[in-house]
Ligand binder design. Structure first.
Ligand code: AMP
Ligand code: ZN
Length: 484
């Protein structure tokens, strides 16, 4: 095998694809901004974690010892990413008359269920924001004198005290500034609260004492503190959705610069993480991505409609993470069929043999192409086609072929070795008919067709159609039936 391709990743800081050079030789330390657990995640949010998972799997595949941290935000994230609006968690708790802690627990569990369903690997650590409040207060105390000022509503970070504020966003445009809520007394429009005081006469469900009064930490402060505490500054890679490139991550960077400068670390070289990576959005035309719309696009909705969650993972892998991805049910169906094709091939091979320990020499060129694709800023779309090339190779040893497929799937995470074709067949929630009854009618119809009794076969097909079952004779890869 030729030398493995060096891993190259797009760094949003430089807007360039750069070679990955770990801070600690042989290691990769990654922090991903996690969900705010005030509601179910939508599938767009989950795209961010599929991306972070593929990054982590690729780093492992390239031989780095991975430490991945994902946080759970259970306090401090306002309805606007900048300084406007209410705390998302407090708002949801008030609306549903539930304890904020119960809400956080419920939606954290729901998020973890989606993580498992999408075969996203468990990170080394899930950090929960409310577990780190004392550390946040210490961090804020350390930078308060030189970089912050106090207003009636809390402690604010002065963005003019650090070099190059906003270089990640590259747009301290009028439009950018216009988004930021005007708080009276702020020195710069982009200044942001790192500690928010509970207004006099009010009581939050979540509040802590601090040198700046009783209140709660700002969302940006949380990620600076949790990433630095667990991974140490500087660490290798920080990830999030592209929206975070505009406000959340520039603010984290500013705090990290202040913190590192105060603690004698090199400010110029230190943004917290060396590489900042952002996945583009999953978009949907009719607005179903919004959590405020009634039937919003969560993974469970896909499952309820009969789609296996790994079909959604396949859909994500087909696009480059830096491209916008448009969601459609047709697209999801196509991804499901593609996944099914792979699973059928793997099932066929597994019926013949068990995987070998390593792929045979015949597969070397394929593994090299696969390696080159993922090393090229995680080009999963190309990597998938290489996997399919391996699957369609004829006259090769089945055990070695399976080994090659398994090696590639360790990066793609489609769980090809442990998922059966039948697992993909999920019964839509709206279906009220009995599966055994459908199978029996289908069998009777097959018999009628074999006997060339087309009148009876058509009648049986119509009977099934009346129950909402579409018979799919013409589609070699289709289910024998599909609920319409
Ligand atoms: P939140 O829970 O709002 O903090 O979002 C969790 C993650 O999902 C963040 O990394 C966001 O940047 C990301 N995200 C939000 N909406 C989308 C979307 N439509 N497509 C992809 N990622 C998204
Ligand atoms: Zn964050």
């Amino acid at each position: 095998m030729t030398d493995p391709a060096p891993l190259r990743l797009f760094n949003s800081l430089t807007r360039q694809v750069e070679p990955f050079q770990p801070v600690h030789p042989g290691e990769a330390r990654v922090y991903s901004c996690g969900p705010t657990v005030y509601n179910y995640p939508h599938i767009g949010n989950m795209r961010a974690y599929v991306f972070a998972d593929v990054l982590g799997r690729t780093l492992s595949f390239k031989g780095y010892k991975l430490t991945h941290v994902i946080n759970i935000t259970d306090v401090g994230h306002l309805t606007d990413d900048a300084d406007a609006g209410e705390d998302k968690m407090e708002k949801m708790a008030a609306a549903s008359a539930k304890s904020i802690w119960d809400i956080a627990e419920h939606y954290k569990q729901a998020y973890w269920a989606d993580v498992r369903a999408l075969n996203i690997r468990q990170p080394a650590q899930w950090t929960v924001a409310t577990d780190y409040v004392p550390q946040m207060i210490e961090f804020a105390k350390g930078i308060a004198d030189k970089h912050c000022y106090e207003l009636e509503s809390g402690l604010y970070f002065d963005v003019s005290t650090v070099a190059d504020y906003g270089r990640l966003a590259r747009a301290v445009t009028e439009e950018g500034e216009g988004r930021i809520d005007e708080v009276e007394g702020k020195r710069n429009a982009a200044d942001f609260a790192i500690w928010r005081k509970t207004p006099a006469g009010e009581k939050r469900q979540m509040e802590w004492d601090s040198p700046w009064g009783r209140g709660a930490p700002g969302w940006h402060l949380e990620c600076s503190v949790m990433s630095g505490e667990v991974l140490g500054f500087p660490f290798d890679i920080h990830t999030g959705g592209i929206d975070h490139r505009e406000i959340h991550h520039p603010n984290e960077i500013a705090q990290n610069q202040a913190h590192c400068c105060t603690n004698g670390l090199d400010e110029a070289a230190n943004s917290g993480a060396k590489i900042w990576m952002h996945n583009n959005f999953l978009v949907e035309r009719s607005g179903k991505m919004s959590k405020s719309s009634g039937e919003f696009l969560r993974l469970q909705l896909l499952i309820d409609k009969g789609y296996h969650p790994l079909a959604y993972r396949m859909m994500c892998l087909q696009a480059h993470y830096r491209s916008e991805l448009e969601f459609s049910w047709e697209g999801l169906q196509a991804a499901l069929v593609r996944l099914k094709r792979l699973l059928m091939a793997v099932a066929g091979l597994r019926a013949q043999t068990v995987p070998a320990d390593v792929a045979g020499a015949k597969f070397t060129p394929f593994l090299e192409r696969f390696d080159a694709a993922v090393a090229d800023d995680l080009n999963t779309a190309v990597a998938l086609t290489v996997l399919e090339d391996v699957v369609s190779l004829k006259k090769v040893d089945a055990a070695e072929k399976l080994a090659a497929i398994a090696a590639m799937d360790a990066v793609l995470g489609l769980n090809l070795m442990a998922t059966a074709r039948e697992d993909l067949r999920i019964r839509p929630k709206s279906a009220t008919i009995d599966e055994a009854e459908i199978e029996a009618t289908l069998a009777a119809r097959k018999e009628a067709r074999a006997e060339k009794d087309f009148a009876r076969s058509d009648a049986l097909r119509d009977a099934l159609a009346a129950q909402g079952v579409e018979v799919m004779d013409g589609d070699p890869l289709g289910w024998e039936w599909k609920l319409g």
